[in-house]
Write a protein that binds this ligand. Structure first.
Ligand code: FES
Length: 116
């Protein structure tokens, strides 16, 4: 069943926001007007990327940043470009937009991290 995450306007350009859905932590980030959703789980240690709520991006809002080790990930691909998990990527979550709401199918949530 598809459930609403938030309204697209709740994720302004250059920002990100975290959510918990069925016990799964994820976050949405906007880059160049497009929204990308990933599991809030670093591919190399499997821990959350943020120390403070909704703090997923670097100060310029250009990259996703792991607060634990400073790794950088591209917002539009989830690929790690700097840090201990270079060559790996965040686990992306599919969504669709209905009446301005980001909708996620709970059955489509990834259950385990991508193998390194
Ligand atoms: S936990 Fe993976 S880069 Fe920090």
């Amino acid at each position: 069943m598809a459930v609403p995450l938030c309204h697209v306007d709740d994720i302004p350009e250059g920002s990100a926001r975290g959510f918990t859905l069925q016990g799964t932590r994820l976050f949405a980030a906007r880059n160049h007007s497009k929204i990308f959703i990933y599991l809030n789980r670093c591919p190399h240690l499997g821990i959350a990327l943020d120390w403070e709520p909704d703090s997923f991006l670097d100060p310029e809002g250009l990259y996703i940043r792991c607060a634990n080790h400073g790794a950088f990930f591209e917002i539009d691909t989830g690929n790690c470009i700097q840090g201990p998990c270079v060559g790996d990527a965040l686990w992306s979550v599919d969504y669709r937009i209905m009446n301005g709401m980001l909708m996620i199918d709970e059955a489509e949530l990834p259950e385990s991290p991508r193998p390194a």
